[in-house]
Design a protein around this ligand. Structure first.
Ligand code: OXD
Ligand code: MN
Length: 586
Protein backbone atom coordinates (compact mmCIF):
# COMPACT_ATOMS: atom_id res chain seq x y z
CA UNK A 1 0.00 0.00 0.00
CA UNK A 2 1.35 3.44 -0.86
CA UNK A 3 1.59 6.05 1.82
CA UNK A 4 -1.69 7.91 1.75
CA UNK A 5 -0.94 11.52 0.87
CA UNK A 6 -2.66 14.12 2.97
CA UNK A 7 -6.00 14.09 1.22
CA UNK A 8 -7.50 17.52 0.44
CA UNK A 9 -10.85 16.44 1.89
CA UNK A 10 -12.30 15.04 5.10
CA UNK A 11 -15.29 13.56 3.24
CA UNK A 12 -15.68 10.16 4.93
CA UNK A 13 -17.49 8.47 2.03
CA UNK A 14 -14.90 9.64 -0.47
CA UNK A 15 -11.93 8.76 1.73
CA UNK A 16 -13.29 5.29 2.47
CA UNK A 17 -13.88 4.61 -1.22
CA UNK A 18 -10.43 5.84 -2.25
CA UNK A 19 -8.89 3.60 0.42
CA UNK A 20 -10.91 0.59 -0.70
CA UNK A 21 -9.94 1.10 -4.34
CA UNK A 22 -6.27 1.67 -3.51
CA UNK A 23 -6.16 -1.50 -1.42
CA UNK A 24 -7.58 -3.49 -4.33
CA UNK A 25 -5.75 -1.88 -7.28
CA UNK A 26 -2.43 -1.30 -5.46
CA UNK A 27 -1.11 1.82 -7.18
CA UNK A 28 2.43 3.06 -6.54
CA UNK A 29 1.13 6.48 -5.59
CA UNK A 30 -2.09 8.43 -5.23
CA UNK A 31 -2.53 11.92 -6.66
CA UNK A 32 -5.56 14.05 -5.78
CA UNK A 33 -6.17 16.34 -8.76
CA UNK A 34 -6.74 20.01 -7.96
CA UNK A 35 -7.27 21.23 -11.52
CA UNK A 36 -4.41 23.76 -11.31
CA UNK A 37 -2.21 24.81 -14.21
CA UNK A 38 0.90 23.42 -12.46
CA UNK A 39 -0.79 20.05 -12.23
CA UNK A 40 -1.76 20.14 -15.92
CA UNK A 41 1.82 21.09 -16.88
CA UNK A 42 3.25 18.28 -14.76
CA UNK A 43 0.89 15.61 -16.12
CA UNK A 44 1.52 16.79 -19.68
CA UNK A 45 5.30 16.71 -19.18
CA UNK A 46 5.02 13.13 -17.89
CA UNK A 47 2.96 12.08 -20.89
CA UNK A 48 5.42 13.73 -23.30
CA UNK A 49 8.25 11.89 -21.58
CA UNK A 50 6.62 8.46 -21.78
CA UNK A 51 5.27 8.91 -25.32
CA UNK A 52 1.57 9.06 -24.40
CA UNK A 53 1.50 12.49 -26.06
CA UNK A 54 3.35 13.97 -29.01
CA UNK A 55 3.75 17.76 -28.99
CA UNK A 56 2.36 19.40 -32.12
CA UNK A 57 3.72 22.30 -34.19
CA UNK A 58 3.95 25.21 -31.75
CA UNK A 59 2.88 27.74 -34.39
CA UNK A 60 0.13 25.85 -36.17
CA UNK A 61 -1.24 24.03 -33.11
CA UNK A 62 -0.05 25.89 -30.01
CA UNK A 63 -0.19 23.94 -26.75
CA UNK A 64 -1.76 20.98 -28.55
CA UNK A 65 -0.93 17.29 -28.54
CA UNK A 66 -1.48 14.07 -30.42
CA UNK A 67 -2.32 10.83 -28.65
CA UNK A 68 -2.30 7.45 -30.41
CA UNK A 69 -4.45 4.89 -28.67
CA UNK A 70 -3.95 1.16 -28.59
CA UNK A 71 -5.00 -0.13 -32.03
CA UNK A 72 -7.83 -2.22 -30.62
CA UNK A 73 -9.19 0.60 -28.47
CA UNK A 74 -10.59 3.23 -30.79
CA UNK A 75 -14.34 3.47 -30.16
CA UNK A 76 -17.07 2.73 -27.65
CA UNK A 77 -17.55 -1.00 -27.17
CA UNK A 78 -21.30 -1.34 -26.75
CA UNK A 79 -21.20 -5.14 -26.44
CA UNK A 80 -18.95 -4.76 -23.38
CA UNK A 81 -21.08 -2.05 -21.77
CA UNK A 82 -23.40 -3.28 -19.01
CA UNK A 83 -26.23 -1.97 -16.88
CA UNK A 84 -25.99 -3.78 -13.56
CA UNK A 85 -29.49 -3.72 -12.11
CA UNK A 86 -30.90 -6.43 -9.84
CA UNK A 87 -33.30 -7.63 -12.54
CA UNK A 88 -32.96 -7.92 -16.31
CA UNK A 89 -36.33 -6.22 -16.64
CA UNK A 90 -34.99 -3.02 -15.03
CA UNK A 91 -32.20 -3.00 -17.62
CA UNK A 92 -34.40 -3.67 -20.64
CA UNK A 93 -33.80 -5.33 -24.02
CA UNK A 94 -31.69 -2.56 -25.60
CA UNK A 95 -28.96 -2.80 -22.93
CA UNK A 96 -26.61 -5.59 -21.91
CA UNK A 97 -27.47 -6.80 -18.45
CA UNK A 98 -25.17 -8.09 -15.73
CA UNK A 99 -26.39 -8.55 -12.18
CA UNK A 100 -24.39 -6.64 -9.54
CA UNK A 101 -23.32 -10.00 -8.10
CA UNK A 102 -22.00 -11.17 -11.48
CA UNK A 103 -20.19 -7.86 -12.02
CA UNK A 104 -18.49 -8.32 -8.67
CA UNK A 105 -17.56 -11.87 -9.61
CA UNK A 106 -16.50 -11.23 -13.23
CA UNK A 107 -15.19 -7.66 -13.36
CA UNK A 108 -13.97 -6.64 -9.90
CA UNK A 109 -11.06 -9.17 -10.11
CA UNK A 110 -9.77 -7.40 -13.24
CA UNK A 111 -9.05 -4.38 -11.06
CA UNK A 112 -6.99 -6.42 -8.63
CA UNK A 113 -3.41 -5.12 -8.68
CA UNK A 114 -4.24 -3.32 -11.94
CA UNK A 115 -2.57 -0.09 -10.81
CA UNK A 116 0.69 -1.68 -9.68
CA UNK A 117 3.55 0.44 -11.00
CA UNK A 118 1.08 3.19 -11.86
CA UNK A 119 -0.23 6.42 -10.40
CA UNK A 120 -3.81 6.47 -9.19
CA UNK A 121 -5.39 9.85 -9.89
CA UNK A 122 -8.45 10.96 -7.93
CA UNK A 123 -10.37 13.36 -10.17
CA UNK A 124 -13.28 15.27 -8.60
CA UNK A 125 -15.48 16.94 -11.22
CA UNK A 126 -18.76 18.76 -11.73
CA UNK A 127 -21.09 18.10 -14.66
CA UNK A 128 -22.92 21.35 -15.42
CA UNK A 129 -22.25 25.03 -14.72
CA UNK A 130 -20.33 25.32 -11.44
CA UNK A 131 -23.00 27.17 -9.48
CA UNK A 132 -26.06 25.57 -11.06
CA UNK A 133 -28.53 23.67 -8.87
CA UNK A 134 -28.96 21.35 -11.87
CA UNK A 135 -25.28 20.32 -11.91
CA UNK A 136 -24.12 17.09 -10.33
CA UNK A 137 -20.67 16.18 -9.01
CA UNK A 138 -18.69 13.01 -9.44
CA UNK A 139 -15.26 11.60 -8.68
CA UNK A 140 -13.34 9.49 -11.17
CA UNK A 141 -10.44 7.36 -10.00
CA UNK A 142 -8.19 6.51 -12.93
CA UNK A 143 -4.71 5.24 -13.71
CA UNK A 144 -4.60 7.10 -17.04
CA UNK A 145 -2.92 10.51 -17.25
CA UNK A 146 -4.58 10.95 -20.68
CA UNK A 147 -7.96 10.61 -18.95
CA UNK A 148 -6.93 13.27 -16.41
CA UNK A 149 -5.94 15.67 -19.20
CA UNK A 150 -9.23 15.08 -21.04
CA UNK A 151 -11.39 15.34 -17.92
CA UNK A 152 -9.74 18.68 -17.21
CA UNK A 153 -11.10 19.94 -20.54
CA UNK A 154 -14.45 18.16 -20.54
CA UNK A 155 -15.58 18.94 -16.95
CA UNK A 156 -15.13 21.49 -14.17
CA UNK A 157 -12.43 19.52 -12.43
CA UNK A 158 -10.40 19.64 -9.22
CA UNK A 159 -10.69 21.92 -6.20
CA UNK A 160 -13.95 23.51 -7.33
CA UNK A 161 -15.61 20.08 -7.48
CA UNK A 162 -14.24 18.92 -4.14
CA UNK A 163 -15.65 22.09 -2.59
CA UNK A 164 -19.01 21.39 -4.17
CA UNK A 165 -19.03 17.82 -2.83
CA UNK A 166 -18.02 18.92 0.67
CA UNK A 167 -18.91 16.18 3.16
CA UNK A 168 -21.80 14.84 1.11
CA UNK A 169 -22.11 11.23 -0.03
CA UNK A 170 -24.16 12.45 -2.98
CA UNK A 171 -21.68 12.15 -5.84
CA UNK A 172 -21.22 9.64 -8.64
CA UNK A 173 -18.28 7.29 -8.11
CA UNK A 174 -16.41 6.16 -11.22
CA UNK A 175 -13.53 3.72 -11.11
CA UNK A 176 -11.42 3.44 -14.25
CA UNK A 177 -8.32 1.40 -14.99
CA UNK A 178 -6.62 0.76 -18.29
CA UNK A 179 -6.10 -2.78 -17.02
CA UNK A 180 -4.09 -4.62 -19.66
CA UNK A 181 -6.13 -3.02 -22.51
CA UNK A 182 -7.16 -6.44 -23.68
CA UNK A 183 -10.67 -6.57 -25.19
CA UNK A 184 -10.97 -9.92 -23.35
CA UNK A 185 -10.75 -8.14 -20.01
CA UNK A 186 -12.71 -5.01 -20.89
CA UNK A 187 -16.05 -4.02 -19.35
CA UNK A 188 -17.91 -0.80 -18.66
CA UNK A 189 -20.36 -1.47 -15.83
CA UNK A 190 -23.01 0.90 -14.50
CA UNK A 191 -24.80 0.48 -11.18
CA UNK A 192 -27.52 3.16 -11.41
CA UNK A 193 -28.94 2.36 -7.96
CA UNK A 194 -25.52 2.98 -6.37
CA UNK A 195 -24.55 5.89 -8.68
CA UNK A 196 -21.43 3.85 -9.42
CA UNK A 197 -19.39 3.09 -12.56
CA UNK A 198 -16.58 0.58 -13.17
CA UNK A 199 -14.64 0.77 -16.41
CA UNK A 200 -11.66 -1.46 -17.12
CA UNK A 201 -9.57 -2.37 -20.15
CA UNK A 202 -10.11 0.70 -22.33
CA UNK A 203 -8.67 4.22 -22.56
CA UNK A 204 -11.11 5.35 -25.27
CA UNK A 205 -13.05 8.58 -24.55
CA UNK A 206 -16.60 7.29 -24.26
CA UNK A 207 -15.40 4.28 -22.22
CA UNK A 208 -12.88 6.10 -20.03
CA UNK A 209 -13.88 9.76 -19.55
CA UNK A 210 -16.50 8.64 -17.09
CA UNK A 211 -18.12 12.07 -16.69
CA UNK A 212 -19.40 11.91 -20.26
CA UNK A 213 -21.44 8.91 -21.42
CA UNK A 214 -21.26 6.86 -18.21
CA UNK A 215 -22.21 9.59 -15.75
CA UNK A 216 -23.92 12.38 -17.74
CA UNK A 217 -26.07 9.93 -19.72
CA UNK A 218 -26.36 6.41 -18.27
CA UNK A 219 -26.31 7.20 -14.54
CA UNK A 220 -27.92 10.62 -14.99
CA UNK A 221 -30.82 9.21 -17.04
CA UNK A 222 -31.71 6.96 -14.07
CA UNK A 223 -31.18 9.82 -11.63
CA UNK A 224 -33.38 12.05 -13.79
CA UNK A 225 -36.14 9.42 -13.80
CA UNK A 226 -36.00 9.29 -9.98
CA UNK A 227 -35.82 13.07 -9.50
CA UNK A 228 -38.05 14.35 -12.33
CA UNK A 229 -35.55 15.63 -14.91
CA UNK A 230 -34.02 14.31 -18.14
CA UNK A 231 -30.50 13.47 -19.32
CA UNK A 232 -30.43 13.42 -23.12
CA UNK A 233 -27.97 12.83 -25.98
CA UNK A 234 -28.68 16.28 -27.40
CA UNK A 235 -26.87 19.33 -28.65
CA UNK A 236 -28.26 22.66 -27.49
CA UNK A 237 -28.20 25.70 -29.77
CA UNK A 238 -29.72 29.15 -29.90
CA UNK A 239 -30.93 30.45 -33.29
CA UNK A 240 -30.76 34.24 -33.38
CA UNK A 241 -32.91 36.02 -35.97
CA UNK A 242 -32.03 39.29 -37.71
CA UNK A 243 -34.46 40.94 -35.26
CA UNK A 244 -32.34 39.69 -32.34
CA UNK A 245 -34.69 37.12 -30.74
CA UNK A 246 -33.11 33.76 -29.86
CA UNK A 247 -34.92 30.41 -30.11
CA UNK A 248 -33.21 27.62 -28.17
CA UNK A 249 -33.45 24.07 -29.51
CA UNK A 250 -32.20 20.65 -28.44
CA UNK A 251 -31.35 18.05 -31.07
CA UNK A 252 -30.77 14.35 -30.55
CA UNK A 253 -28.87 12.56 -33.31
CA UNK A 254 -26.91 9.32 -32.94
CA UNK A 255 -23.13 9.49 -32.54
CA UNK A 256 -21.21 10.89 -35.51
CA UNK A 257 -24.35 12.20 -37.26
CA UNK A 258 -23.46 15.89 -37.13
CA UNK A 259 -24.48 17.23 -33.71
CA UNK A 260 -21.21 19.16 -33.38
CA UNK A 261 -21.60 20.59 -36.90
CA UNK A 262 -25.18 21.71 -36.27
CA UNK A 263 -24.38 23.16 -32.85
CA UNK A 264 -21.58 25.29 -34.33
CA UNK A 265 -23.18 26.11 -37.66
CA UNK A 266 -22.35 29.28 -39.57
CA UNK A 267 -25.14 30.82 -41.65
CA UNK A 268 -24.63 30.67 -45.41
CA UNK A 269 -24.10 33.94 -47.27
CA UNK A 270 -27.71 34.09 -48.41
CA UNK A 271 -28.94 33.90 -44.81
CA UNK A 272 -27.28 37.06 -43.51
CA UNK A 273 -28.44 38.28 -40.15
CA UNK A 274 -29.10 34.78 -38.81
CA UNK A 275 -26.68 33.21 -36.39
CA UNK A 276 -26.35 30.15 -34.23
CA UNK A 277 -25.09 30.20 -30.63
CA UNK A 278 -23.52 27.01 -29.29
CA UNK A 279 -24.63 25.91 -25.83
CA UNK A 280 -23.61 22.24 -26.12
CA UNK A 281 -22.78 19.66 -28.77
CA UNK A 282 -23.56 16.29 -27.17
CA UNK A 283 -25.51 16.20 -23.91
CA UNK A 284 -28.42 18.16 -22.41
CA UNK A 285 -29.76 17.95 -18.87
CA UNK A 286 -33.29 19.26 -18.89
CA UNK A 287 -35.61 20.26 -16.09
CA UNK A 288 -39.01 21.84 -15.76
CA UNK A 289 -38.76 25.55 -15.01
CA UNK A 290 -41.14 27.52 -12.79
CA UNK A 291 -42.63 28.92 -15.99
CA UNK A 292 -43.71 25.43 -17.11
CA UNK A 293 -41.12 25.33 -19.89
CA UNK A 294 -38.34 22.83 -20.41
CA UNK A 295 -34.93 24.30 -19.56
CA UNK A 296 -31.54 22.81 -20.47
CA UNK A 297 -27.98 23.01 -19.26
CA UNK A 298 -24.96 21.48 -20.98
CA UNK A 299 -23.27 19.30 -18.36
CA UNK A 300 -19.97 19.33 -20.25
CA UNK A 301 -17.27 21.99 -20.40
CA UNK A 302 -15.65 20.79 -23.62
CA UNK A 303 -16.15 19.10 -26.96
CA UNK A 304 -14.98 15.58 -27.76
CA UNK A 305 -15.69 15.86 -31.46
CA UNK A 306 -15.16 13.59 -34.46
CA UNK A 307 -12.25 14.96 -36.54
CA UNK A 308 -12.74 13.36 -40.01
CA UNK A 309 -15.02 15.47 -42.16
CA UNK A 310 -14.36 18.61 -40.11
CA UNK A 311 -13.10 21.42 -42.35
CA UNK A 312 -13.40 25.13 -43.01
CA UNK A 313 -16.26 24.28 -45.37
CA UNK A 314 -18.22 21.91 -43.13
CA UNK A 315 -17.55 23.48 -39.72
CA UNK A 316 -15.36 26.60 -39.74
CA UNK A 317 -16.17 27.24 -36.08
CA UNK A 318 -14.83 23.86 -35.03
CA UNK A 319 -11.62 24.56 -36.96
CA UNK A 320 -11.25 27.86 -35.09
CA UNK A 321 -12.12 26.21 -31.78
CA UNK A 322 -9.35 23.62 -32.12
CA UNK A 323 -6.63 26.08 -33.19
CA UNK A 324 -4.97 25.83 -29.77
CA UNK A 325 -5.02 23.94 -26.44
CA UNK A 326 -6.43 20.79 -28.05
CA UNK A 327 -5.78 17.09 -27.62
CA UNK A 328 -6.09 15.10 -30.84
CA UNK A 329 -6.57 11.35 -30.64
CA UNK A 330 -5.78 9.03 -33.55
CA UNK A 331 -5.51 11.69 -36.26
CA UNK A 332 -2.63 11.68 -38.78
CA UNK A 333 0.60 13.58 -38.19
CA UNK A 334 2.19 15.72 -40.93
CA UNK A 335 5.95 16.12 -41.37
CA UNK A 336 5.79 19.59 -39.80
CA UNK A 337 4.05 18.10 -36.74
CA UNK A 338 0.66 19.52 -37.60
CA UNK A 339 -2.45 17.34 -37.82
CA UNK A 340 -4.45 16.04 -40.75
CA UNK A 341 -7.55 13.93 -41.29
CA UNK A 342 -9.76 12.85 -44.17
CA UNK A 343 -12.00 15.72 -45.24
CA UNK A 344 -9.73 18.48 -43.93
CA UNK A 345 -8.37 19.29 -47.40
CA UNK A 346 -5.81 17.90 -49.84
CA UNK A 347 -3.42 15.54 -48.05
CA UNK A 348 0.29 16.33 -47.95
CA UNK A 349 2.62 14.00 -49.87
CA UNK A 350 3.59 12.20 -46.67
CA UNK A 351 1.96 11.60 -43.29
CA UNK A 352 2.32 9.29 -40.34
CA UNK A 353 -1.05 7.59 -39.97
CA UNK A 354 -3.00 7.04 -36.74
CA UNK A 355 -1.19 3.76 -36.16
CA UNK A 356 2.23 5.39 -36.44
CA UNK A 357 3.01 4.06 -39.94
CA UNK A 358 4.08 5.97 -43.05
CA UNK A 359 1.21 7.05 -45.26
CA UNK A 360 1.01 8.62 -48.73
CA UNK A 361 -2.03 9.60 -50.81
CA UNK A 362 -1.56 6.28 -52.63
CA UNK A 363 -2.25 4.36 -49.39
CA UNK A 364 -5.60 2.62 -49.33
CA UNK A 365 -6.32 2.80 -45.58
CA UNK A 366 -7.40 6.12 -44.06
CA UNK A 367 -4.62 8.21 -42.50
CA UNK A 368 -6.78 9.25 -39.53
CA UNK A 369 -8.98 6.71 -37.79
CA UNK A 370 -12.63 7.32 -38.87
CA UNK A 371 -13.46 7.86 -35.17
CA UNK A 372 -10.43 10.07 -34.46
CA UNK A 373 -11.28 12.92 -32.13
CA UNK A 374 -10.39 16.35 -30.81
CA UNK A 375 -10.84 17.40 -27.18
CA UNK A 376 -11.11 21.12 -26.61
CA UNK A 377 -12.65 23.60 -24.16
CA UNK A 378 -16.13 24.75 -25.20
CA UNK A 379 -15.28 28.32 -24.23
CA UNK A 380 -12.84 28.46 -27.18
CA UNK A 381 -15.71 28.21 -29.66
CA UNK A 382 -16.15 31.60 -31.38
CA UNK A 383 -19.93 31.14 -31.17
CA UNK A 384 -20.02 29.89 -27.58
CA UNK A 385 -23.31 31.12 -26.17
CA UNK A 386 -22.98 33.69 -23.40
CA UNK A 387 -25.54 31.48 -21.63
CA UNK A 388 -23.33 28.39 -21.62
CA UNK A 389 -22.50 29.07 -17.95
CA UNK A 390 -25.99 30.29 -16.99
CA UNK A 391 -26.94 28.28 -13.88
CA UNK A 392 -30.59 28.20 -14.98
CA UNK A 393 -29.76 26.98 -18.49
CA UNK A 394 -31.79 28.03 -21.52
CA UNK A 395 -35.51 27.55 -22.31
CA UNK A 396 -36.03 24.92 -25.02
CA UNK A 397 -38.75 25.72 -27.59
CA UNK A 398 -38.07 22.87 -30.02
CA UNK A 399 -36.66 19.35 -29.89
CA UNK A 400 -35.27 17.81 -33.05
CA UNK A 401 -34.80 14.09 -33.45
CA UNK A 402 -32.84 12.82 -36.40
CA UNK A 403 -31.03 9.95 -37.96
CA UNK A 404 -28.94 9.03 -40.93
CA UNK A 405 -31.44 7.55 -43.40
CA UNK A 406 -30.79 7.22 -47.12
CA UNK A 407 -34.54 6.83 -47.72
CA UNK A 408 -37.87 6.96 -45.85
CA UNK A 409 -37.48 9.98 -43.54
CA UNK A 410 -38.10 13.36 -45.20
CA UNK A 411 -35.83 16.37 -44.64
CA UNK A 412 -38.06 17.59 -41.82
CA UNK A 413 -41.46 16.95 -40.29
CA UNK A 414 -43.20 18.18 -37.17
CA UNK A 415 -44.92 15.91 -34.67
CA UNK A 416 -48.63 16.48 -33.98
CA UNK A 417 -48.23 16.79 -30.20
CA UNK A 418 -45.78 16.04 -27.37
CA UNK A 419 -47.14 12.48 -27.17
CA UNK A 420 -46.76 11.98 -30.90
CA UNK A 421 -43.28 13.54 -30.60
CA UNK A 422 -42.30 10.98 -27.97
CA UNK A 423 -43.41 8.23 -30.38
CA UNK A 424 -41.35 9.88 -33.18
CA UNK A 425 -38.30 9.95 -30.87
CA UNK A 426 -38.89 6.40 -29.69
CA UNK A 427 -38.86 5.08 -33.26
CA UNK A 428 -35.80 6.95 -34.59
CA UNK A 429 -33.70 4.72 -36.82
CA UNK A 430 -30.26 5.46 -38.14
CA UNK A 431 -27.38 3.90 -40.04
CA UNK A 432 -24.56 2.94 -37.63
CA UNK A 433 -21.27 4.91 -37.64
CA UNK A 434 -17.63 4.44 -36.59
CA UNK A 435 -18.29 5.94 -33.13
CA UNK A 436 -18.91 2.42 -31.86
CA UNK A 437 -17.16 -0.82 -32.82
CA UNK A 438 -19.14 -3.09 -35.19
CA UNK A 439 -20.53 -2.83 -38.70
CA UNK A 440 -21.00 0.66 -40.14
CA UNK A 441 -24.03 1.65 -42.24
CA UNK A 442 -26.55 -0.83 -40.81
CA UNK A 443 -29.97 0.69 -40.02
CA UNK A 444 -30.90 0.17 -36.37
CA UNK A 445 -33.49 1.66 -34.03
CA UNK A 446 -31.90 4.28 -31.83
CA UNK A 447 -34.67 5.84 -29.71
CA UNK A 448 -33.96 9.48 -28.92
CA UNK A 449 -30.34 8.66 -30.02
CA UNK A 450 -30.10 7.15 -26.51
CA UNK A 451 -29.98 3.44 -27.28
CA UNK A 452 -26.32 3.10 -26.18
CA UNK A 453 -26.73 5.55 -23.31
CA UNK A 454 -29.95 4.88 -21.42
CA UNK A 455 -29.25 3.56 -17.92
CA UNK A 456 -32.52 1.67 -17.53
CA UNK A 457 -35.34 -0.06 -19.42
CA UNK A 458 -36.15 2.12 -22.44
CA UNK A 459 -39.85 1.28 -22.13
CA UNK A 460 -39.81 3.03 -18.75
CA UNK A 461 -37.71 5.78 -20.27
CA UNK A 462 -40.50 6.43 -22.82
CA UNK A 463 -42.98 6.63 -19.91
CA UNK A 464 -40.71 9.17 -18.24
CA UNK A 465 -40.79 11.31 -21.39
CA UNK A 466 -44.60 11.14 -21.42
CA UNK A 467 -44.76 12.03 -17.74
CA UNK A 468 -42.49 15.02 -18.22
CA UNK A 469 -44.83 16.21 -20.97
CA UNK A 470 -47.83 16.17 -18.67
CA UNK A 471 -45.96 18.47 -16.27
CA UNK A 472 -44.96 20.98 -18.94
CA UNK A 473 -47.47 23.76 -19.49
CA UNK A 474 -45.51 24.92 -22.54
CA UNK A 475 -43.86 21.77 -23.97
CA UNK A 476 -41.39 22.25 -26.81
CA UNK A 477 -42.59 21.37 -30.30
CA UNK A 478 -41.03 18.17 -31.57
CA UNK A 479 -39.54 17.66 -35.05
CA UNK A 480 -37.72 14.95 -36.99
CA UNK A 481 -34.95 15.85 -39.43
CA UNK A 482 -32.87 13.84 -41.90
CA UNK A 483 -29.98 15.59 -43.63
CA UNK A 484 -28.85 12.32 -45.25
CA UNK A 485 -31.63 11.43 -47.67
CA UNK A 486 -30.41 10.20 -51.05
CA UNK A 487 -31.98 10.31 -54.51
CA UNK A 488 -32.38 7.44 -56.96
CA UNK A 489 -28.82 8.19 -58.21
CA UNK A 490 -27.42 7.51 -54.71
CA UNK A 491 -26.42 11.16 -54.20
CA UNK A 492 -27.39 13.24 -51.18
CA UNK A 493 -30.47 15.37 -51.94
CA UNK A 494 -29.65 18.09 -49.42
CA UNK A 495 -26.38 20.06 -49.09
CA UNK A 496 -26.52 19.94 -45.26
CA UNK A 497 -24.04 21.79 -43.00
CA UNK A 498 -24.70 25.58 -43.02
CA UNK A 499 -27.75 25.11 -45.21
CA UNK A 500 -29.45 23.25 -42.39
CA UNK A 501 -30.08 26.74 -41.05
CA UNK A 502 -32.94 26.95 -43.54
CA UNK A 503 -34.65 24.08 -41.75
CA UNK A 504 -33.99 25.64 -38.33
CA UNK A 505 -35.65 28.82 -39.58
CA UNK A 506 -38.80 26.87 -40.47
CA UNK A 507 -38.70 25.22 -37.04
CA UNK A 508 -38.50 28.66 -35.41
CA UNK A 509 -41.37 29.81 -37.61
CA UNK A 510 -43.51 26.88 -36.42
CA UNK A 511 -42.63 27.55 -32.78
CA UNK A 512 -43.77 31.15 -33.23
CA UNK A 513 -46.90 30.18 -35.15
CA UNK A 514 -45.64 31.94 -38.27
CA UNK A 515 -44.53 29.22 -40.74
CA UNK A 516 -47.04 27.17 -42.70
CA UNK A 517 -47.16 23.38 -42.83
CA UNK A 518 -48.93 20.66 -44.76
CA UNK A 519 -50.33 17.62 -43.01
CA UNK A 520 -49.14 14.14 -43.99
CA UNK A 521 -49.70 10.72 -42.42
CA UNK A 522 -46.51 11.03 -40.36
CA UNK A 523 -46.76 14.67 -39.29
CA UNK A 524 -46.48 18.18 -40.75
CA UNK A 525 -43.99 19.06 -43.49
CA UNK A 526 -43.21 22.57 -44.76
CA UNK A 527 -45.85 23.98 -47.09
CA UNK A 528 -44.55 24.63 -50.61
CA UNK A 529 -42.41 27.76 -50.61
CA UNK A 530 -42.03 27.83 -46.81
CA UNK A 531 -38.39 26.69 -46.78
CA UNK A 532 -36.16 29.57 -47.87
CA UNK A 533 -34.13 28.04 -50.72
CA UNK A 534 -32.60 31.32 -51.98
CA UNK A 535 -29.27 30.64 -53.66
CA UNK A 536 -29.64 26.86 -53.61
CA UNK A 537 -29.62 25.33 -57.04
CA UNK A 538 -30.76 21.90 -58.11
CA UNK A 539 -32.39 20.93 -54.82
CA UNK A 540 -35.43 18.74 -55.43
CA UNK A 541 -37.49 19.82 -52.46
CA UNK A 542 -40.47 17.67 -53.48
CA UNK A 543 -38.31 14.55 -53.35
CA UNK A 544 -36.77 15.70 -50.04
CA UNK A 545 -40.14 16.18 -48.38
CA UNK A 546 -41.92 13.23 -49.97
CA UNK A 547 -43.65 10.72 -47.70
CA UNK A 548 -43.76 7.45 -49.61
CA UNK A 549 -46.66 5.41 -48.22
CA UNK A 550 -45.20 2.03 -49.24
CA UNK A 551 -41.84 2.81 -47.61
CA UNK A 552 -43.61 4.04 -44.49
CA UNK A 553 -45.81 0.97 -44.25
CA UNK A 554 -42.72 -1.23 -44.04
CA UNK A 555 -41.20 1.28 -41.60
CA UNK A 556 -44.28 0.88 -39.40
CA UNK A 557 -43.91 -2.90 -39.53
CA UNK A 558 -40.30 -2.48 -38.31
CA UNK A 559 -41.45 -0.17 -35.51
CA UNK A 560 -44.06 -2.69 -34.37
CA UNK A 561 -41.39 -5.39 -34.21
CA UNK A 562 -39.16 -3.07 -32.23
CA UNK A 563 -41.86 -2.25 -29.68
CA UNK A 564 -42.65 -5.98 -29.35
CA UNK A 565 -39.05 -6.58 -28.17
CA UNK A 566 -39.93 -4.74 -24.96
CA UNK A 567 -42.43 -7.37 -23.87
CA UNK A 568 -45.07 -4.91 -22.70
CA UNK A 569 -43.06 -2.08 -21.14
CA UNK A 570 -43.67 0.33 -24.04
CA UNK A 571 -46.43 2.69 -22.87
CA UNK A 572 -49.81 2.14 -24.53
CA UNK A 573 -49.82 5.80 -25.65
CA UNK A 574 -46.94 5.09 -28.03
CA UNK A 575 -48.59 2.04 -29.58
CA UNK A 576 -51.68 4.20 -30.02
CA UNK A 577 -49.62 6.82 -31.87
CA UNK A 578 -48.05 4.09 -34.01
CA UNK A 579 -51.44 2.65 -34.97
CA UNK A 580 -52.64 6.21 -35.69
CA UNK A 581 -49.89 6.67 -38.27
CA UNK A 582 -50.61 3.20 -39.69
CA UNK A 583 -54.30 4.10 -40.07
CA UNK A 584 -53.49 7.41 -41.77
CA UNK A 585 -51.16 5.62 -44.19
CA UNK A 586 -54.08 3.38 -45.11
C1 OXD B 1 -19.64 10.62 -28.49
C2 OXD B 1 -20.46 9.48 -28.96
O1 OXD B 1 -18.41 10.46 -28.31
O2 OXD B 1 -21.68 9.64 -29.03
O3 OXD B 1 -20.20 11.69 -28.26
O4 OXD B 1 -19.90 8.41 -29.27
MN1 MN C 1 -22.36 11.54 -28.33
Amino acid sequence: MPQEPSAPTQNPTLLAWVREVAAHTQPDRIVWCDGSQEEADRVTAEMLADGTLIALNAEKNPNSYLHRSHKSDVARTEHLTFICTETALACGPTNNWKSPADARKDVWPWFEGAMRGRTMYVVPYIMGPTTSPYSRPGVEITDSAYVVANMRIMTRMGKVALERIGDSADFVRGLHSLGDLSPDRRAICHFPQDRLIWSVGSGYGGNALLGKKCHALRIASAQGRDEGWMAEHMLILGLESPEGDITYMGAAFPSACGKTNLAMMVAPLTQQGWRVWTVGDDIAWMHIGEDGQLWAVNPEAGFFGVAPGTSLRTNPNAIRTIEKNAIFTNVALADDNSVWWEGLGDPPAHLVDWKGDDWTPASTAPAAHPNSRFTVAAAQCPQASPRMEDPRGVPISAILFGGRRARVAPLVFEARSWQHGVYVGATVASETTAAATGAVGVVRRDPMAMRPFCGYNMGDYFSHWLKMGTKLTKPPKVFHVNWFRKGADGKFLWPGYGDNLRVLRWVRGRVRGEAKARETAIGFVPEHGELDLTGLEGVDVDDLLAVDNAEWRSEIAGQREFFAEFGGTVPAELSLELEGVAARLG
